[in-house]
Ligand binder design. Structure first.
Ligand SMILES: [Zn+2]
Length: 262
C-alpha cells in the first residue's frame, strides 16, 4: 500500500476531482450521486496511508466528504487510466484521468477527518516510522500461543504487514512462521524486531509486490523478483533448502524447510 500511496501522490495531488462512479454501489458507503457533487471541483490535497488502508483528501469538500477511505482487502488493486475500465468504483479527475478501485471484498468510505482518525486509532505503529520499537512485539505477544506469522499480521502492535511480508520477515529471521509466539527466544524476538523494518523498507523501495498500476508502470511489483519464499514453492532458497507452503492461521504460508525448521 505504501507503493500505492507514493504512486497515487505523484499522479493525483494538486489535481481537481470531477466525480465518483460506483458500478457496484455496495462498495461505497453513500450513493455516488450524492458524493459526486460534494467532491466535484475540489483539489486533491493529500494521499495518506496507515497500515493497509489509504485516504484521499479533498481540500474543498464538505466535512463528511473530505476523505475517501480505501481498504482493498485480499486480491484488490488500484489502476490509473485515461480510458474507462470496468471497476466497482472509479474516481474521475477533471483532466480526464480515472482512478479505478478494483476493491474485491474491500470497500471505500467517504469520511470526515475526525472519523478517519477514529478508524485509524486502533492500528499499531508504522514499522518505517521513527516511533517504531521492535521490543513491542515481544511484550505484546510473548505469551501468545498463536503462530508468529498471525501475530505479525495482527495490525494492532505493528501495522501494515500482510501475508507476503510476514513470510519474508520470518524467513529473514530463520523462524518457522507457524511457531507459537510464546516459544520464541529473547534472541529471536530481538532479531525479529530488527529485521522487520528492513524487509519492509527493501520491499517499498523496490515497488512492492502488486500488479502494475498504469500502462508502462515499471516500478510497481519490483519486489516480486526479490521474494525469498512467498510464491516460491518448490524452488531452492538462497541457502540450499527447498521452499514449501502450507496453511498457517487460515492463510497460505511459505517457508524454507531447511532454514526455518518446524
Ligand atoms: Zn533455506
Amino acid at each position: 500500500m505504501e507503493n500505492y500511496r507514493r504512486q497515487l501522490s505523484r499522479f493525483l495531488v494538486g489535481k481537481t476531482a470531477q466525480s465518483i462512479i460506483a458500478e457496484w454501489p455496495k462498495r461505497l458507503n453513500c450513493p455516488a450521486e450524492v458524493a459526486s457533487p460534494a467532491i466535484a471541483g475540489s483539489p486533491i490535497e493529500s494521499i495518506e496511508r496507515r497500515g493497509k488502508s489509504l485516504a484521499i483528501g479533498f481540500e474543498r469538500a464538505p466535512d463528511t466528504f473530505r476523505v475517501l477511505y480505501i481498504h482493498l482487502m485480499l486480491g484488490g488493486r488500484i489502476s490509473i487510466s485515461r480510458e474507462a475500465q470496468p471497476a466497482p468504483v472509479t474516481l474521475t479527475l477533471q483532466d480526464g484521468l480515472r482512478v479505478n478501485f478494483h476493491v474485491g471484498l474491500g470497500r471505500l468510505d467517504f469520511l470526515s477527518p475526525g472519523a478517519l482518525r477514529q478508524r485509524w486509532a486502533h492500528l499499531g505503529v508504522e514499522p518505517l516510522s521513527p516511533t517504531y520499537n521492535g521490543d513491542r512485539l515481544q511484550s505484546a505477544y510473548s505469551h501468545s500461543s498463536r503462530p508468529i506469522k498471525t501475530c505479525l499480521m495482527d495490525q494492532k502492535v505493528v501495522a501494515g504487514i500482510g501475508n507476503v511480508y510476514s513470510d519474508e520477515i520470518c524467513y529473514d529471521v530463520g523462524l518457522y512462521p507457524g511457531q507459537p509466539a510464546s516459544s520464541l527466544t529473547d534472541f529471536q524476538w530481538q532479531r525479529l524486531g530488527a529485521v522487520l523494518p528492513t524487509v519492509l523498507e527493501k520491499a517499498v523501495d523496490a515497488g512492492g509486490v502488486g500488479p502494475p498500476i498504469y500502462e508502462g508502470d515499471q516500478v510497481t511489483g519490483g519486489f516480486r523478483a526479490q521474494l525469498a519464499v512467498h510464491y516460491q514453492e518448490g524452488k531452492a532458497c538462497g541457502n540450499g533448502g527447498i521452499v514449501v507452503k502450507g496453511p498457517i492461521g487460515g492463510r497460505t504460508a511459505y517457508w524454507c524447510s531447511d532454514c526455518q525448521p518446524t
